[in-house]
Design a binder for this molecule. Structure first.
Ligand code: ATP
Ligand code: ATP
Ligand code: MG
Ligand code: MG
Lengths: 225, 225
């Protein structure tokens, strides 16, 4: 469902080109649970942002569910993103002016769901993540781990077809990190395709396949087993 | 060197008081390496911010190197902070308008150090953390782990007497996380007092003592062994 061919990305620094992604060739099938690992600065977050269509400053080809992403305009890309993706950002990107409950409602607002249904879905998510007491607080009133939980909850609340998770457990205690992995495993068994960047071997063990990236190159795992 | 007695902190939420720290009694001796662990929302970051004097909205007593912190004005507290502390924040708090090298120089600027000496210390830090190539970039041009490394480097560059580290390795690969722990161990052997919040058992093993916090209470480890 996700196909990258000869994908390159660089930043211009004065006279030099700093390549962040080099000749990326990658296939991810529907229903796969893939982990992406590698050292700091390898290009993992960058790759996830390309797949999630937040980044269009690259050359090569990207086919998503039959769509040629490199040929689409911004409006169409945003439509596909809102329809199919949930994204857990490495730095969360919660909306500071919205409460926890309002932040969770945002992806539901993109879809054609009745208000009463949306309220029930938000309540269910708050319950599952044990943060009901925080629903009317703002992100800056939450602990680091609580912010991360809200970021994960927001990414999955609308049951998206594709979950992109960039280091979703870095600020959580290991037991809570495992709860998130068990939840991802369940969502994957129910049909979600998951692409997860992680530094944790424990987390990576939940994936069907591990892609190793270093210095912008895919070192192993590019093709489905 | 750090003594907290009957320290309470709460947030007013409508008619209710939400206690974040409850009757904290804690002693940390000079030269100790202490780990603080506990679930999300337990109050760990809050406790570190009280110790580092960024938070003064609490009741009780705090004695730091003989100074009665609860009796000092803001100016005096800031002086003590700049003189004695290095702080690795859970969300880094790098200055977005300064380059990596400029961010590293900030703590040196508080002290009476010659410019040439400061440049050498910044260069040494960039070298040690293998981020020389990033010195003229801004924080938003760095990967998550690179930002964390800069946050750690900034906290230790001026050789502070007390290092407060709030989950200093959450975005790093385990091998790099261990490098940071080995560095902390060395700094501690050279005389630094270290108070580190961590979710990692591996990191906590580097400490002399572990303090467990839950729901604002210290559950164990409050007194030096
Ligand atoms: N401004 C605020 N208003 C209300 N509650 C707050 C505020 N700031 C923090 N809190 C609450 O204080 C509690 C403790 O927060 P703290 O950041 O110290 O937790 P923590 O132990 O560091 O957790 P983590 O491991 O997730 O980083 C949390 O439940 C949080 O929601
Ligand atoms: N705007 C930019 N200008 C220059 N270089 C950049 C810019 N944005 C990112 N980079 C560089 O791209 C590289 C890859 O960054 P990326 O965030 O993808 O790394 P990562 O693999 O996610 O690392 P981490 O595990 O630390 O999160 C880094 O070396 C970073 O410095
Ligand atoms: Mg990253
Ligand atoms: Mg915290």
């Amino acid at each position: 469902m996700i196909s990258l061919r000869n994908l390159d990305k660089f930043y211009q620094q004065g006279p030099d080109r700093f390549y962040v992604l080099r000749r990326i060739n990658l296939d991810i099938r529907e229903g796969e649970f893939v982990a992406i690992m590698g050292p700091s600065g390898a290009g993992k977050s960058t790759l996830l942002h390309v797949i999630g269509m937040h980044d269009t400053a690259w050359t090569g080809e990207y086919t998503l569910l039959g769509h040629q992403v490199h040929k689409l305009d911004r409006k169409r890309r945003m439509e596909l993103y809102k329809k199919y993706f949930g994204f857990v950002f490495q730095s969360y990107h919660l909306l500071d002016d919205l409460t926890v409950a309002e932040n969770l409602d945002v992806p539901l607002g993109y879809r054609d769901i009745r208000k009463s249904e949306r309220q029930a879905m938000v309540a269910d998510m708050l319950d599952r993540f044990r943060i009901v007491g925080k629903k009317d607080l703002y992100p800056n009133q939450l602990s680091g781990g609580q912010q991360q939980l809200v970021a994960v909850a927001r990414a999955i609340i609308a049951n998206p077809k594709v979950i992109l998770a960039d280091e979703p457990t870095g600020n959580l205690h290991s037991s809570q990190g495992l709860e998130i992995m068990e939840l991802f495993k369940q969502l994957n068994e129910d049909g979600a395709t998951i692409v997860m960047v992680t530094h944790s071997e424990t987390n990576a063990a939940y994936a069907h396949r591990i892609i190793q990236i270093a210095d912008g190159w895919i070192e192993s795992g590019a093709n489905a087993a």
